[in-house]
Design a binder for this molecule. Structure first.
Ligand SMILES: Cc1ncc(COP(=O)(O)O)c(C=O)c1O
Length: 442
């Protein structure tokens, strides 16, 4: 079957099973993007759209960066592929050295993956293997958090806390969950970090009391939750988690897949919040979303624990064909140079108060239930339509698209996370467009 779409694009849409998408709805009325440059996408019929979401929280340096394209092309000419299993090539070594200049504390070893989901599953496996290697093999339980999103691997799904991500698949791995930290009754319309909620970290003590610390390997949280609807940590919350983990010999993993690489006004959220995890997962902004790649950062303590056995033995039975892929490394290094040269790790902090003011101007508009923001992230939570959760979010997304702005909706929460190169006038455009859509809705 060949569909003739409104957009003028002739193609058969059916074979591609779209991820995390209402396929039938989309294929009846597709939203297609064809090209991109800087802050803007262009649709096949020439409509220009401001990118309010950095693609999918990944194109932090903006679209169409020539430096990355050229690095990728020249790397493909030089070395298209080489394995990193018992053989090597210089790029991942060089890239790892450059990356650890930006990581917090002693997170100075890097395991390369191809996505955020792989980074999360890698981190969880390293945590389990670490506990065994140091002689604490009963520590097998993993702790996530309600509303947490950690990708779609079996590990990430199990520690994840978004119901719809779990119900179709059961719960393959045993995991416990901390309570989430959104409290609209007390914290609605807070600018930045809410003051109320540090006590929620103490639930970890309850989980420890229930299972005993000797059975718990690691806790994983996003410093700022994204997929679960933009969750800003309450003041002191992450520090408290760190303290409780230390007290009980539990590893703390920060999933920085969306918060890494400048999103919150420093290279990583852990740096901005001053809390150093034992393991940190990343992807997305690592290569500006141009080539798939992820990276897991581990502390010296963890790495050294693995490096004590026989010199000839493999220390960790884990890895991907494309771990340290030369082309991905080339894209990553070119991306890092842009971040460094253009000061993009500080840019979100510079724009933060302007961003915050622009977001909070939506307070009081129809349907707006809460506004949450930090760095260059904002979540606008809307009142769901009765008996039809998510319908309003989808409608608002469509109307914003028609008005030339791409935003993301998670149920009825509208999320903004634009490229860090955004100008103030474009920040105005993002929120004014959403505001005008909300005013026009009935
Ligand atoms: C915090 C977090 N972890 C993991 C992932 C999964 O990343 P990927 O889609 O690259 O597998 C995401 C994706 O949005 C994420 O936000």
């Amino acid at each position: 079957m060949t569909d003739q779409l409104d957009t003028g694009v002739e193609s058969d849409l059916n074979p591609f099973w779209m991820p995390f998408t209402a396929n039938q709805k989309f294929k009846a009325k597709p939203y297609l993007l064809e090209s991109a440059e800087g802050m803007y996408y262009q649709s096949p019929e020439g409509k220009v759209l401001l990118d309010g979401t950095s693609g999918l929280w990944c194109v932090n340096a903006g679209h169409g960066r020539k430096e990355i394209r050229e690095a990728v092309l020249s790397q493909m000419e030089k070395l298209d592929y080489a394995s990193c299993f018992n053989i090597g090539h210089p790029l991942p070594f060089e890239f790892a050295q450059r990356l650890i200049k930006h990581t917090p504390g002693d997170l100075d070893h890097v395991f390369f993956t191809n996505s955020g989901s792989e980074s999360v599953d890698t981190a969880l496996k390293i945590a389990l293997a670490y506990q065994r290697t140091r002689g604490e093999g009963t520590r097998q339980r993993l702790i996530g958090r309600e509303k947490g999103y950690h990708g779609v691997g079996f590990g990430g799904m199990s520690v994840g806390g978004i119901t719809s991500m779990r119900t179709q698949f059961g719960t393959p791995l045993q995991a416990d969950h901390l309570p989430h930290t959104v409290n609209i009754e007390k914290n609605a319309f807070t600018r930045g970090m809410p003051t109320e909620g540090i006590h929620l970290a103490d639930s970890l003590e309850d989980i420890v009391a229930f299972h005993d610390a000797s059975n718990i390997a690691a806790v994983i949280v996003e410093p700022i939750g994204g997929g679960g609807g933009v969750l800003i940590p309450p003041e002191g919350y992450l520090q408290r988690l760190r303290e409780i983990c230390d007290k009980h010999g539990i590893l703390l993993i920060f999933d920085e897949v969306i918060t890494g690489f400048g999103r919150v006004g420093d290279s990583f959220a852990s740096k901005r919040f001053g809390v150093v995890p034992d393991i940190m997962t990343t992807a997305k902004g690592l290569t500006n979303g141009n080539i798939p790649m992820g990276a897991v950062f581990v502390s010296k303590k963890i790495y050294d624990t693995f490096m004590t056995g026989s010199e000839a033995g493999i220390e960790l039975f884990h890895g991907y064909t494309y771990s340290g892929h030369p082309v991905a490394c080339a894209a990553g290094m070119a991306t890092l140079s842009i971040y460094e040269d253009e000061g993009l790790f500080n840019r979100a902090a510079e724009l933060e108060s302007y961003w915050e003011d622009a977001a909070h101007q939506l307070k009081g508009l129809p349907h707006v239930k809460d506004i949450r923001n930090f760095g260059l992230i904002a979540g606008i939570e809307l009142e769901s339509r009765p008996d039809n959760a998510g319908a309003l979010g989808h409608e608002v997304f469509e109307k914003c698209f028609e008005k030339g702005v791409v935003i993301r909706f998670m149920g009825d929460i509208m999320a903004f996370s634009p490229p860090l190169i955004i100008a103030k006038s474009q920040i105005d455009q993002l929120f004014e467009t959403l505001g005008s859509v909300l005013r026009e809705l009935n």
